[in-house]
Write a protein that binds this ligand. Structure first.
Ligand code: HEM
Length: 538
């Protein structure tokens, strides 16, 4: 018998030996993982023992019907005082809080963003201001704060007003054909137009351009895909997610979003090649957002890397338009549903602006009633329904209940949490073990908590009358503490300009056949869109 014939007869034996070894290793790995998840679950059950919650399945957690999440959370807000643990699956739970005193405690600390949740956003918006932590966050925040100085914000009022007028002109043409309009899409285009002109000195016509429409569509898809991924135990692992159909869609939508932001950076860099343009920027008293990024020198003297620059542009492009689009759409719906308040706002705006030909920074604090109505809509429909933190140290709440720091058992079933820690750029690093307790600050729950807001479902702008009093942490649409919204002032001005100019031209009425149904995504959306009937005023 020759040698090759010999090895062929031995082969089946060696294959089965290999398969036996592989199955043994697989089984050991499985048992190890199962033990790890079991211990994690036991540890969490102990950590949450002072906080009662609704019964949940040991493996599937709290089962909530599709799109009923907000309604379910509200019923638990009424039942469990201040906070309850929400089980996503066997070994994963978040402590959901919605009490003003609890909010005050958590927002007064410096716990980092929950890396296990927010890392899913990183392929899209990168590690920009929203996702970074610690020292790098501090440096970036300090670098970018001057972009929101009131000297910079002042001329933006006029730019935003122009964008709003383009949208209203479109509406005038539309309502001949169909008097009920899905406004969220239009408003998203308008807020994208505004942020691109204000923060990125973009000169194109965003609201009429097809590329911007596909960017808006990609952002809508990313919102949904992120929401689904956080709730799917099998999609926590990057490799598995990447192979799934959702993962491929996510990848495609990220590419589309990046094409849009890359184009903005490219055009601006090209402009800066022009000596005269460069000189003009150098002579500006204050630089705008993109100027700051392009000219940025960090404290150690180095400029922002291309990766960091792109992350900030992606972050501000998204945060700067989707949040305000959600806010304006829901404010319009609230005013449509409450014609008596809409009428009073219109009277106030008419007496201030006349025909609205000119609206300036000085008008911004001269619409008290309209501002009350805007705030009340932000209360009922907070554009950012939740934010998430990971506890760095134990915490004790004012009612004496407490939560520990973290465990040694991995919660995320993915090595990515550890990769984030090990990244050589300080800004990607979260200094704590990614197994800390996850705290979800539910602004939606807070704003609908009857202990903070009696009759929370009633739209009553007088809750925000100048002489009214409330807890410092009962109204948090822009979050609070050091990591509050950097764009708050810009956003409030945009909301006021949009409301004022729209009320001068249109009467807003609800469409009784399509009442919006709020669903939580990264920003508050409506399952069936926001349809309004628009009646042109003469
Ligand atoms: C009505 C509109 C807006 C609402 C309700 C809103 C709400 C929020 C909230 C709740 C946070 C805290 C997020 C967290 O802790 O995870 C936040 C952070 C942030 N917002 Fe806004 N935002 C709005 C508009 C804007 C605009 C117009 C911009 C940019 C021009 C912007 C840029 C940011 C950034 C960069 C952060 C991260 C800040 C940091 O961590 O230092 N936002 N926003």
């Amino acid at each position: 018998m020759n040698v090759s014939a010999l090895s062929l007869t031995r082969l089946p034996g060696s294959i089965s030996g290999f398969l036996q070894l592989a199955s043994l290793l697989g089984l050991l790995l499985f048992l190890f993982k199962a033990a790890q998840l079991y211990l994690r679950r036991q540890w969490l059950l102990k950590a949450f023992q002072q906080f009662p919650s609704a019964p949940s399945h040991w493996l599937f957690g709290h089962k909530i019907q599709k799109d009923q999440e907000l309604q379910q959370i509200l019923s638990w807000v009424e039942k469990f005082p201040s906070a309850f643990p929400r089980w996503l699956w066997g070994s994963k739970a978040h402590m959901v809080i919605y009490d003003p005193d609890y909010m005050k405690v958590i927002l007064g600390r410096s716990d980092p963003k929950a890396s296990g949740t927010y890392r899913f956003l990183a392929p899209w918006i990168g590690y920009g201001l929203l996702l970074i932590n610690e020292q790098t966050w501090f440096q970036h925040r300090r670098m970018l704060t001057p972009a929101f100085h009131y000297d910079i914000l002042k001329p933006y009022v006029g730019i935003v007003a122009d964008s709003v007028r383009v949208m209203l002109d479109k509406w005038e043409k539309l309502i001949d054909k169909d008097s009920s309009v899905e406004v969220f899409q239009h408003i998203s285009m308008m807020t994208l137009d505004s942020i691109m002109k204000c923060a990125f000195s973009y000169q194109g016509n965003v609201q009429l351009d097809r590329h911007s429409q596909s960017y808006i569509k990609a952002i809508g898809d990313l919102n949904n895909l992120f929401f689904d991924r956080v709730r799917n135990a099998f999609h926590q692992n990057d490799t598995i997610y990447g192979l799934s159909s959702d993962g491929r869609l996510f990848h495609r939508a990220c590419q589309l979003a990046h094409e849009h932001t890359d184009q903005v950076i490219k055009e601006r860099k090209a402009q800066l090649q022009n000596e005269r343009e460069l000189e003009k920027i150098r002579r500006k008293r204050r630089l705008d957002f993109l100027d700051i990024l392009l000219f940025a020198k960090m404290e150690n003297g180095s400029s922002l890397s291309d990766e960091d620059l792109r992350a900030e542009v992606d972050t501000f492009m998204f945060e700067g338009h989707d949040t305000t689009a959600s806010a304006i759409s829901w404010i319009f719906y609230a005013l449509a549903a409450h014609p008596e308040h809409q009428k009073k706002c219109r009277e106030e705006v008419q007496s201030l602006l006349g025909d609205g030909a000119s609206i300036t920074w000085d008008h911004m604090d001269q619409m008290p009633y309209t501002t009350m109505c805007i705030k009340e809509a932000l209360r009922i429909y907070p554009p950012v329904p939740v934010v998430v933190r990971e506890l760095k140290t134990p915490v004790t709440f004012p009612d004496g209940r407490s939560l520990p720091k973290g465990t040694a058992f991995c919660a995320c079933m993915s090595p990515a949490g550890w990769r984030i820690m090990a990244s050589p750029h300080g800004h990607h690093r979260s200094s704590l073990c990614p197994t800390g307790i996850i705290v979800t600050l539910s602004f939606y729950g807070l704003h609908h908590n009857s202990k903070a807001w009696p009759n929370p479902e009633v739209y009553d702008p007088f809750r925000f009358a100048p002489d009214s009093s409330r807890h410092s942490h009962s109204f948090l649409p822009f979050s609070g503490g050091a990591r509050n919204c950097i764009g708050k002032q810009f956003a409030m001005n945009e909301l006021k300009v949009a409301v004022a100019l729209t009320l001068l031209r249109f009467e807003l009425l609800p469409d009784p056949t399509r009442i919006p149904f709020p669903i939580p995504r990264l920003v508050l959306k409506s399952k069936n869109g926001i349809h309004l009937r628009l009646r042109k005023l003469h």
